[in-house]
Write a protein that binds this ligand. Structure first.
Ligand code: NAD
Ligand code: LMR
Length: 329
């Protein structure tokens, strides 16, 4: 059977994550090895030439699943008919910029992109925001897209989720595949809370296998939460290939489902679960099936976890207030 290609729009296509992402999308790692794709690359005008260079290389790789590439600096064109949108392009923080300046600069990007998605994307559009501050950028885009169901706007904490699994596997000497039910709560920032209290290692409770609360509080949580900064320090540039890989994981899991007995972490619009104010885009444990997700319900939250979830959610509320006062939502 010949499948209709899926239209995948990638913003910031000429950036470093874009370069790591596009080839793997074309290889079938986003949606599946039998799903053809059309790539739509959105860039700012000065970066169009670089995006064209990447498109030449994509041609040269002769990917059987890649059915077309279009490049544009117009969001209305790039999101036209999009089924999946990966919002990667964002204004990075530069010396002297305050958080408010960053939110304001990114508002200028994510508000018009949200509107273009609202007006031009396909009815089944799924949006993943990667560009930082990812949760609040997703909130801005979502607010500008009132005709798109709110649950289609998500932000990426899968990189944090994967980092947490890798750290726990190292500590306990198991394979990453042995670890299930890891959870990231809150914001994709240093306040995020990687929670092992529901995680399992080869079927046993992870917290009991670790049995070292000091390691959790003083090593595991800060290592995961500050890993982005550690990569910048080591590489001289922010994480790119691992971020691209996590973006592929996020969408692949959303579209193709979580395994029985497992879940993943996605920043999604809160329905008030676990005391997270409704409407905030916050990371939760979610299961996915048939292209839809549900927040895992009924988990016991101990005092250790509660304080950390609340702190990250408070930061998200402050970011929401900041973009509200800038008239971005
Ligand atoms: P980069 O600077 O290499 O690339 C960003 C690209 O976005 C540039 O090519 C730029 O021209 C483009 N761009 C800027 N404004 C745009 C617009 N309005 N429309 C389209 N494109 C636009 O950055 P990168 O390393 O690829 O990272 C991209 C973003 O992802 C950053 O905000 C980074 O902090 C973030 N990030 C998030 C995570 C996560 O886990 N959520 C992980 C790593 C990086
Ligand atoms: C990351 O987590 O690697 C990115 O969000 C980059 C950063 O600024 O931390």
């Amino acid at each position: 059977m010949t499948r209709t290609p899926v239209n995948v729009t990638v913003t910031g296509a000429a950036g470093q994550i874009g370069y790591a992402l596009l080839f793997r999308i074309a290889a079938g790692h986003l949606l599946g090895a039998d799903v053809p794709v059309n790539l739509r690359l959105l860039e700012i005008t000065p970066a169009l030439k670089a995006a064209e260079g990447t498109a030449m290389e994509l041609d040269d790789a002769a990917f059987p699943l890649l059915r077309g590439i279009e490049i544009s600096d117009d969001a209305n064109v790039a999101f036209d008919g999009a089924n999946v949108a990966l919002l990667v392009g964002a204004r990075p923080r530069t010396a002297g910029m305050e958080r408010g300046d960053l939110l304001s600069a990114n508002g200028g990007i994510f508000k018009p992109q949200g509107k273009a998605i609202n007006d031009h994307a396909a009815d089944d559009i799924k949006v993943l925001v990667v560009g930082n501050p990812a949760n609040t950028n997703a909130l801005i885009a979502r607010a500008a897209a009132p005709d798109v169901p709110a649950e289609r706007f998500t932000a990426m904490t899968r990189l944090d989720h994967n980092r947490a699994i890798a750290q726990l596997a190292k500590k306990t000497g198991v394979q990453v595949a042995d670890i299930k039910r890891m959870t990231i709560w809150g914001n994709h920032s240093a306040t995020q809370y990687p929670d092992v209290f529901h995680a399992e290692i080869a079927g046993k409770k992870a917290a009991e296998v670790v049995n070292d609360e000091a390691w959790l509080a003083e090593t595991f949580i800060p290592t995961v939460a500050k890993r982005g900064a550690a990569i910048i320090e080591a590489r001289g540039a922010s994480s790119a290939a691992s971020a691209a890989s996590a973006a592929l994981d996020h969408v692949h899991t959303w579209v193709n489902g979580t395994a029985d007995g497992d879940w993943t972490s996605m920043a999604v619009v809160s329905d008030g679960s676990y005391g997270v104010p409704e409407g905030l885009i916050s990371s939760f444990p979610v299961t996915t099936k048939d292209g839809a997700y549900e927040i895992v319900q009924g988990l016991d939250i101990n005092d250790f976890s509660r304080a950390r979830i609340d702190a990250s959610v408070k930061e998200l509320e402050e970011e929401r207030e900041a973009v509200r006062s800038l008239d971005l939502i």
